[in-house]
Design a protein around this ligand. Structure first.
Ligand code: EPZ
Length: 422
């Protein structure tokens, strides 16, 4: 098992580029299953999760080939239509094979994903959508078994999501593009990951209206052509690097990003008194002045993303005043609180609200990552802390941040990876 050793305090300063978006790449990799032939995805991040998804596709019989940051997927033949527990348990997003396989082949078995550190992660909305499209869905020994109606083709329908679920929207959208007739998705997720997926499907020949809105209208087609597009920058990685400015009192510029994806974060930074500047494809945040306390509420896009909640908490931990952070997406996405407390943060939990009293400076200490975004928050907090921090279980961070220590070292971080002592 590896750990990071981080020395602080350092002010992170300079310019950095984010990799392609993990949460856009994963559904697009599965969209490639919709079409015979070879798809190409460019600017794909080299991560544990993209490698895991490639293994899932190869298990199904598709062929994947990484050429640098270009990923080629040949889905001409997909003879196996079972996504096994051994892979799905390591990455919930494996469930994205459900919609495409059901739409193209009319049958699929996917292991039911488990929960995660923040509580149950149900997939009832995914299954409801498939049933509304005419599939027969049953649970069989831990597997989702889904079959299209006799004759093998799904039928379009009106589908309303009680929650604008990112995953359910992606999965049902990928099922609907080959269904017979019209499907309207109401209360669909509006995350940029969904918009990019829909754009990719349209490039393949799908007919989708309402991109970027909560109502997506799909007119099914008979067949699609392979995918060929570049993945946009990872908006959560961009936000994570920008948060390094208030956390370490530095100044960070992220190049090659989509500023419009960061509106909710930049609005909070401005409320906290930080100097924020931006251009066509870059954003700069100056954290030299201590950030004032914030009131944060996570929400579906375009609201403040839950995937930035741990990172903004690390910034509030050293802000001037008392901040409140309300998590509305997950039952208990506060596993990073205990670890931040070990670094000296003063945080009180009251149900789904964290009350954070800012301190002048955190202190380094041994801490442990519990999930992907918690890891990122702890690394940044450790950079701003006085002394040495050992961060264990870095495999979490490798799931979603490509070469994070190299990127942070460019900004001046003193961070190295080593084997955990026995
Ligand atoms: C996606 O997960 C992201 N993962 C998550 O990012 C992100 O936290 C989440 O969206 C919310 O933005 C990927 O894109 C691979 P949801 P997803 O369905 O699709 C409930 C990261 O850090 N729900 O929008 O699983 C669910 O329990 C990861 O990269 C149902 O009740 O999220 C949650 O409370 C962590 N029934 C809420 O909806 C369902 O069928 C939002 O979940 C599906 C979801």
């Amino acid at each position: 098992m590896e750990r990071f050793v981080i020395e602080g305090p350092v002010r992170l300063q300079g310019s950095v580029r984010a990799s392609g978006s993990k949460n856009t790449t994963l559904p697009l990799m599965c969209a490639a299953l919709l079409a015979p032939g070879e798809s190409a995805l460019r600017d794909v991040p080299r991560l544990r999760d993209t490698r895991t998804m490639a293994r899932v596709l190869e298990t199904l019989g598709a062929r994947c080939r990484f050429e640098g940051h270009t990923l080629r997927i040949d889905a001409s033949e997909v003879p196996n239509r079972t996504a096994p527990y051994e892979l799905v348990k390591t990455m919930r997003a494996s469930i994205y094979v459900l919609g495409p396989l059901l739409a193209r082949f009319g049958d699929v078995r996917v292991s039911l994903p488990g929960g995660c550190a923040w509580g149950p992660r149900p997939v009832d909305l995914h299954l409801m959508g498939m049933e509304r499209l005419g599939a027969r869905v049953s649970l069989d020994h831990g597997y989702i078994d889904a079959r299209a109606p006799a004759g093998g083709r799904l039928r379009g329908d009106d589908i309303a999501f009680k929650i604008p679920s990112v995953g359910a929207t992606a999965n049902v959208l990928m099922a609907a593009v080959l269904a017979e007739g019209r499907t309207v998705l109401h209360n669909a997720a509006r995350e940029p990951d969904i918009t990019a997926l829909a754009e990719g499907l349209v490039h393949m020949g799908a007919r989708i209206e309402g991109l970027g809105t909560a109502t997506l209208t799909v007119d099914g087609v008979e067949a699609l052509a392979p995918l060929d597009l570049a993945v946009p920058a990872d908006r959560i990685e961009v936000g994570t690097f920008l948060a390094a400015a208030p956390i370490t009192r530095g100044r960070v510029r992220v190049e090659g990003c989509v500023p419009s994806h960061q509106r909710s974060l930049l609005e909070l930074f401005r409320q906290g008194g930080l100097a924020v500047s931006q251009g066509e494809d870059w954003i700069e945040v100056d954290g030299a002045e201590r950030m004032r306390a914030l009131e944060v509420v996570t929400a579906p896009y375009p609201g403040f993303p839950t995937d930035m909640q741990a990172q903004i908490m690390a910034a509030c931990a050293v802000a001037d005043g008392v901040s409140t952070i309300t998590e509305t997406i997950y039952l208990d996405r506060f596993t990073h609180v205990a670890e931040l407390r070990r670094l000296g943060a003063e945080i009180r939990l009251d149900g789904n609200v964290a009350v954070v009293r800012g301190v002048e400076r955190l202190q380094g200490a041994p801490v442990m990552a519990t999930d992907l975004r918690c890891s990122a928050a702890l690394i940044l907090a450790a950079c701003g802390a006085e002394g040495t921090t050992h961060l264990g279980r870095v495999y979490h961070i490798d799931r979603g941040y490509e070469a994070i220590e190299e990127k942070l070292a460019v900004l001046g971080a003193r961070i190295r990876r080593e084997e955990e002592p026995a």
